[in-house]
Write a protein that binds this ligand. Structure first.
Ligand code: ADP
Ligand code: MG
Length: 250
């Protein structure tokens, strides 16, 4: 589903990704961990076409990100073609980013109707089912300001799912939440994982990673330092930098 081959990315003189190799299989849940500034968000943003890479190659669902192959030539994608590709990827951020002037239901139906041009009736039915699934079936008409942070984040997840994405990216989805609201969001993510959704999750919730991830990837300084099954990374990390990070966070 995702393959990064020696991906490099700089902002001016600052090299943020220094040759990332990274793979996510269909149906896999990969947790991305690492200290602040290590390049985790930038990697997700590259995967989601929000940043362009400078070197290496990045594939999502078999397509080279940002390019289209015609015969043996590569063409840079136009903005409109990029949004089509991007609509296959759901992204949930630390801040809920809901439209404040729209109800929960309106937030969820907006993009499928406007971007995917799908029939309103069908989209509304699916959106109601999705909001029900994230435990908000009784709050369809609530505005974001009337919802708790955990509820808003669950609307954000439903909104991403309404696009029927093949891949879900989560960038610290619970970091901005009050501690007592973290669990309800993780529960929704757990059930998504159990349904076979391919997910990349940047998180500091190590217990969640241990329980749900097929693979944990530890990044530091723009590089993948080590990766492996959670039991190995948490139980017997082979790099000193991983050990130091884990001892600070757990
Ligand atoms: P993480 O998510 O692991 O905390 P980020 O990917 O957000 O790391 O950031 C990695 C580095 O890139 C940081 O030093 C950050 O300041 C820098 N950075 C991120 N985005 C930009 C940008 N748009 N312009 C300049 N520097 C950036
Ligand atoms: Mg980040």
């Amino acid at each position: 589903m995702v393959s990064a081959v020696q991906v490099g990315k700089s902002f001016g003189a600052l090299q943020v990704l220094k040759g990332i190799d990274f793979d996510v299989e269909l149906g896999e849940v990969v947790c991305l961990i690492g200290p602040s500034g290590s390049g985790k968000s930038t990697l997700l943003r590259c995967i989601n076409h929000l940043e362009k890479i400078d070197s290496g190659a990045l594939y999502v669902d078999g397509d080279l990100v940002g390019y289209q192959r015609k015969g043996d030539r590569l063409y840079e994608l136009k903005e409109r073609e990029i949004s089509v590709r991007r609509s296959n990827i759901g992204m949930v951020f630390q801040r809920f980013n809901l439209f404040a002037h729209m109800t929960a239901l309106q937030n969820v139906i907006e993009a499928p109707i406007l971007v995917q041009k799908r029939p309103r009736k069908e989209v509304v039915e699916e959106a109601v089912a999705l909001l029900d699934r994230v435990g908000l079936g009784s709050r369809l008409d609530a505005y974001p300001a009337q919802l708790s942070g955990g509820q808003q984040q669950r609307v954000a997840i439903a909104r991403a799912l309404a696009m029927k994405p093949k891949l879900m990216l989560f960038d610290e989805p619970t970091s901005a939440l009050d501690p007592e609201l973290v669990g309800e969001v993780l529960d929704v993510m757990r059930s998504l994982a159990a349904d076979g959704m391919t997910m990349i999750v940047v998180t500091h919730e190590m217990r969640f990673a241990e329980e749900v991830a097929d693979k944990v990837v530890f990044m530091d300084g723009g590089m993948v330092v080590e990766e492996g099954p959670p039991r190995l990374i948490f139980g017997a990390p082979s790099h000193e930098r991983t050990r130091a990070f884990l001892s600070r966070i757990i």
